[in-house]
Design a protein around this ligand. Structure first.
Ligand SMILES: O=c1ccn([C@@H]2O[C@H](COP(=O)(O)OP(=O)(O)O[C@H]3OC[C@@H](O)[C@H](O)[C@H]3O)[C@@H](O)[C@H]2O)c(=O)[nH]1
Length: 450
C-alpha cells in the first residue's frame, strides 16, 4: 500500500515537471512571435515614412490612436511653451519701452531758438488752426519771439507734424478742439485762422465750412470779449468774389454768387467780417481783419488741391500740369513768411479796418504753369487745359496801399525764391513717400496746350 502510494506521487511529480516544461516552452515561443510582429510593424512604419505623399495616401489607413494622442500632447506642450515665451517677450518689450521713455525724457529736447521775454512783454496767444499751413508758420514766429502759444486745431486739414517740433516746450500748448464748440481758455491775443482754405477742401463739406466761419467765429469773438483779448480774423480775397474792380482795394464790396459752390467759404468769410465789426461796435472787442490773398510755401499738403501744390507735384513727377479753364485767369502769389509778417504787423497796428495782405505780382495761370515747369530741373511735363471751374474768379491782384501805409508792410520774397523753397519742400515730401493722391476738383478732360 505504502509502495503504491510512493509510486503514484513519483508519477504525479514527473507529470507536473513535464507540464511545467511544456508551459515554459510555449511561453518562450509566444514572446518570440510577438517580437517578430513588432519588428515587422516597425519596418512597415519606416517604409511608410519613406513613401511619397501620393504613395502614402494609397496605403490602407491603419488605426494608431496611441501615436495620435502622443502627437497631440507634444503639440500642446510646444504650443504652451511658445505662448509662454511670447508672453515673456511682450513683458520684456513693455519694460524696455518704459525704460526708453524715461531715458528719452532725460535727453534735453532740441527746440528752435526761443527769445526770453519778461512777464511784462510775454503774451499768451491763442492760434486757431495753428496746426495748418499758415497757422503753423505763425506759431513758429510767435514761439521764437518768446510768447506762450496755445494751438487749437480739429485736424480737419491741419497736421500735428506741422507743430511737433514744439511738443513739450514749456511755452507751447496744443488743444485738439473744434471751435464750432465753445472754448474756455485765457489769452491776450487770438489769431483766428481755423477754416479749410483750399477750394476742393472747403467745397467738400460746405455745411462744415460755413459753420466753422460763422459759429466758430462767434465762439472766438465771444471768448475775446470774455477774456478781453485782441482778435485778428483771417478773412480772404474771396470776399471780392469774381471781382469787377481790378486790382482790388479794401473799399471794393465784391461780386459774390451767394448760392454758388464757393459761397460756403466766400459768404462764410463775409459773415465773419460782419461779426467782427458787430462785436467791435456792440461789445467793444478789439478786432483786426486781414484779407489774405493766394499764399504758398512749405507745409502745404501735397494733396491740398490748390494750384501751387498741384503744379509743383505734377512737375516733380513729370505728370501733365492741369490748367483749369483756358488758363487766362490771373492770381498773385504771396510767400508764406511774408503773409505771417503782415499778420503780425496788423495785430500790432492800430488800424482797425480790413487790410489786404498779398503779393501784387500778377500772372495768368497758364504763365504760372510754365514758370513752375521751368523751375523744376529736367521736368518733362506737358501743360494741358481742361474744363473751367464754376465761379472761378477771373482776375485777382491785391491793392496793398493800406498795408504799406499803415503797417509799413510789403512782401519781400520773390516768386522765384519762394517757389524754389517750396519745390525743395515738395521734393523732400516726395522722397518720404512715393504715394501721391493727385486730387483735383474737376475731370482731367484735358487738351494739350504746349
Ligand atoms: O490744378 C489746378 C488747381 C487750380 N487751378 C486754377 O488756379 C487758380 C487758383 O486756384 P487755387 O485753388 O489755388 O486758389 P483760388 O484762388 O481759387 O482760391 C484761393 O483764394 C485765396 C485764398 O483765400 C484761398 O486759399 C483759396 O480759396 C484757379 O483759377 C484755379 O482754377 C488750376 O488751373 N489747376
Amino acid at each position: 500500500m505504502i509502495r503504491q502510494s510512493l509510486k503514484f506521487r513519483k508519477t504525479l511529480t514527473i507529470i507536473c515537471i513535464v507540464a511545467l516544461l511544456i508551459f515554459i516552452f510555449l511561453k518562450l515561443k509566444q514572446d518570440k512571435v510577438y517580437d517578430i510582429q513588432i519588428a515587422k510593424e516597425d519596418q512597415k512604419s519606416d517604409d511608410v515614412q519613406g513613401l511619397s505623399y501620393r504613395d502614402f495616401n494609397r496605403q490602407p489607413k491603419k488605426d494608431i490612436p496611441k501615436e495620435e494622442s502622443i502627437r497631440k500632447m507634444e503639440t500642446k506642450i510646444v504650443g504652451d511653451n511658445t505662448k509662454q515665451e511670447l508672453q515673456e517677450a511682450k513683458a520684456r518689450i513693455e519694460q524696455l519701452e518704459k525704460k526708453l521713455a524715461v531715458l528719452e525724457g532725460r535727453i534735453p529736447q532740441k527746440y528752435p531758438e526761443v527769445k526770453y521775454l519778461g512777464y511784462k512783454h510775454r503774451k499768451r496767444i491763442l492760434v486757431t488752426g495753428g496746426a495748418g499751413f499758415v497757422g503753423s508758420h505763425l506759431v513758429d514766429v510767435l514761439m521764437m519771439r518768446g510768447h506762450e502759444v496755445i494751438v487749437v486745431d480739429n485736424f480737419f486739414t491741419g497736421r500735428k507734424r506741422n507743430v511737433e517740433h514744439w511738443f513739450g516746450h514749456r511755452n507751447f500748448e496744443m488743444i485738439h478742439h473744434d471751435i464750432v464748440n465753445p472754448l474756455y481758455v485765457e489769452a491776450d491775443e487770438i489769431y483766428h485762422l481755423a477754416s479749410p482754405a483750399s477750394p476742393p477742401h472747403y467745397m467738400q463739406n460746405p455745411v462744415k465750412t460755413i459753420k466753422t466761419n460763422t459759429l466758430g467765429t462767434i465762439n472766438m469773438l465771444g471768448l475775446a470779449r470774455r477774456v478781453g483779448a485782441k482778435i485778428l480774423i483771417a478773412s480772404t480775397s474771396e470776399v471780392y468774389g469774381d471781382p469787377m474792380v481790378h486790382p482790388q482795394p479794401e473799399s471794393y464790396w465784391g461780386h459774390v454768387n451767394p448760392i454758388g459752390p464757393r459761397a460756403c467759404y466766400d459768404e462764410g468769410k463775409r459773415v465773419a467780417e460782419t461779426l467782427a465789426y458787430s462785436y467791435a461796435k456792440q461789445e467793444k472787442v478789439v478786432v483786426r481783419v486781414a484779407r489774405i490773398f493766394n499764399t504758398y510755401g512749405p507745409r502745404m499738403h501735397a494733396s491740398d488741391g490748390r494750384v501751387v501744390s498741384n503744379f509743383i507735384m505734377q512737375a516733380l513727377q513729370n505728370l501733365t500740369i492741369t490748367v483749369y479753364g483756358n488758363g487766362k485767369q490771373t492770381r498773385s502769389f504771396c510767400y508764406v513768411s511774408d503773409l505771417v509778417d503782415g499778420l503780425l504787423a496788423l495785430m500790432d497796428s492800430s488800424y482797425t479796418l480790413p487790410v489786404n495782405i498779398g503779393n501784387p505780382v500778377e500772372h495768368t495761370i497758364e504763365e504760372f504753369a510754365v514758370i513752375i515747369k521751368d523751375q523744376v530741373p529736367g521736368c518733362r511735363s506737358t501743360v494741358a487745359t481742361g474744363a473751367a471751374v464754376e465761379d472761378d474768379p477771373q482776375r485777382r491782384r491785391p491793392d496793398i496801399a493800406i498795408a504799406e501805409k499803415h503797417l509799413h508792410w510789403s512782401p519781400k520774397i520773390s516768386l522765384q525764391e519762394g517757389l524754389q523753397r517750396t519745390i525743395d519742400y515738395f521734393k523732400e515730401e516726395l522722397s518720404r513717400t512715393t504715394f501721391y493722391n493727385n486730387q483735383t476738383y474737376m475731370d482731367a478732360n484735358v487738351k494739350l496746350l504746349h
